[in-house]
Design a protein around this ligand. Structure first.
Ligand SMILES: NC(=O)c1ccc[n+]([C@@H]2O[C@H](COP(=O)([O-])OP(=O)(O)OC[C@H]3O[C@@H](n4cnc5c(N)ncnc54)[C@H](O)[C@@H]3O)[C@@H](O)[C@H]2O)c1
Length: 376
């Protein structure tokens, strides 16, 4: 069979692993070579929303290489990243006599990848796991880089481990069932990579975004591959977020997390939607701080609007009932911030970002106030 998929490597010495990107990946026996072993039992945790894909595409493919397969549907949604769901997944694996040489498959978006990855890191002190991301956001971001974790009442992703998968299989065909709103969420993360690290990629996105949203195979493959390549390079250089480089991946996220918290995670604002608005706000902050001209936030806004995405806090419906002061307080309670100031990721130009410590919040409040009142 001809190879019509791309392979990238996340280079981390003994913990290196490949990412496969293509359509109908599961038809290619070669992709299973790395983790397969006839002695291994497979434990598949999947998002209940993609039961058909998990049971009728992934499972039959796994049956060719694993002697035993156990599957478990996990409820969709952020609430599954809980201690209770973690316990239930561990209990399920242990009740089926999971062994150290067993392998866990995470089939779903970032929620399933994060919880299944943490189960894999924890059960029997760690068993191998494979990421089969089924959202664009997971394919370009959460499935790559080894962050796993759970939410706590005190905040998101506060419990977890750095635990790398053995393989990432990004099948473009599964995205056909993904709602358009989730496509836009994934696209915000793709745009993030262009803004923080590759000006040419931004220009390419401006020219190809419309095709991306029609599901053009070549365009999607290039966008996902380029994003994964950038994430892999950053993870290689700063796997555990120690040198500051990996922090650049938080471009737009300090704003986004505050907006999500202000919207009480009630469904009116998905994470990727908040990231889209956050990218605009981060660019405006960069402008107010004198790092870029007004043309940079304007170009980002224009592009997001052309994709039918939100750009202002005032675009959120129902309206976000928060003031700029309240949003700054939420930013200060983010786990990467502290009371004296906040490390923002700012742009130096499209394609170059850096960390900048802000202790005078008046500029941040100005940027947020303008976006809260935009169009009023
Ligand atoms: N580990 C990391 O590095 C990292 C990075 C970014 C985000 N995250 C985490 O990822 C999560 C967000 O990920 P997400 O956006 O993929 O959310 P998600 O996993 O909740 O998936 C979004 C929605 O799409 C549905 N879905 C998934 N695949 C589908 C498909 N192919 N067809 C139809 N529906 C499908 C899900 O049921 C869900 O309703 C958050 O918990 C976030 O904290 C982790």
């Amino acid at each position: 069979m001809t190879q019509d998929f791309k392979i990238l490597d996340v280079e981390l010495g003994a913990r290196s692993y490949p990412i496969y990107i293509g359509s109908h990946l599961f038809d290619h026996a070669a992709i299973w070579a790395l983790p397969s072993s006839s002695a291994r039992a497979a434990f598949v945790l999947y998002d209940e929303a993609i039961t058909v894909f998990a049971e009728s595409v992934v499972k039959p493919a796994l049956q060719k290489i694993h002697p035993k397969i156990f599957t478990c549907a996990v409820p969709s949604g952020e609430s599954s990243k809980s201690m209770a769901q973690f316990e239930s997944c561990c209990a399920w694996a242990l009740s089926h006599q999971i062994q150290r040489n067993s392998i866990i498959y995470a089939v779903g978006g970032g929620v399933i990848g994060d919880i299944a990855g943490f189960v894999a890191a924890s059960v029997l002190r760690g068993v191998d796991f494979v990421q089969i991301p089924t959202t664009i956001l997971a394919q370009v971001d959460s499935a790559v880089g080894g962050k796993t974790g759970l939410n706590m009442p005190q905040g998101k992703n506060l419990i977890g481990a750095f635990y790398q998968p053995r393989l990432v299989l990004s099948d473009l065909a599964v995205l056909k069932t993904l709602p358009q709103r989730e496509w836009k969420c994934g696209y915000a993360e793709i745009l993030k990579y262009a803004l923080l690290g590759d000006q040419n990629f931004f220009v390419w996105l401006e020219q190809n975004a419309a095709k991306f949203f029609t599901g053009d195979h070549g365009v999607m493959t290039h966008a996902i591959e380029t994003s994964c390549r950038m994430k892999a390079a950053i993870v290689k250089a700063d796997e555990r977020e120690e040198t500051g480089l990996r922090a650049l991946l938080n471009l737009g996220h300090t704003f986004a997390h505050a907006l999500e918290a202000a919207a009480s995670y009630d469904g009116r604002l998905l994470h990727g939607e908040a990231v889209g608005i956050g990218l605009v706000l981060a660019a405006r902050l960069s402008h107010e701080l004198g790092f870029v001209g007004a043309d940079v936030p304007d170009a980002i806004c224009t592009h997001l609007k052309s994709c039918g995405m939100m750009t202002e806090i005032s675009d959120i419906t129902p309206k976000l009932l928060a003031t700029a002061d309240e949003l700054v307080v939420l930013m200060q309670s983010d786990k990467k911030s502290h009371a004296e100031g906040i490390n923002f990721i700012v742009l130096e130009k499209i394609g170059t970002a850096k960390t900048h410590f802000v202790s005078d919040f008046s500029i941040v409040k100005k940027v947020m106030t303008e976006s809260l009142n935009h169009g009023a």
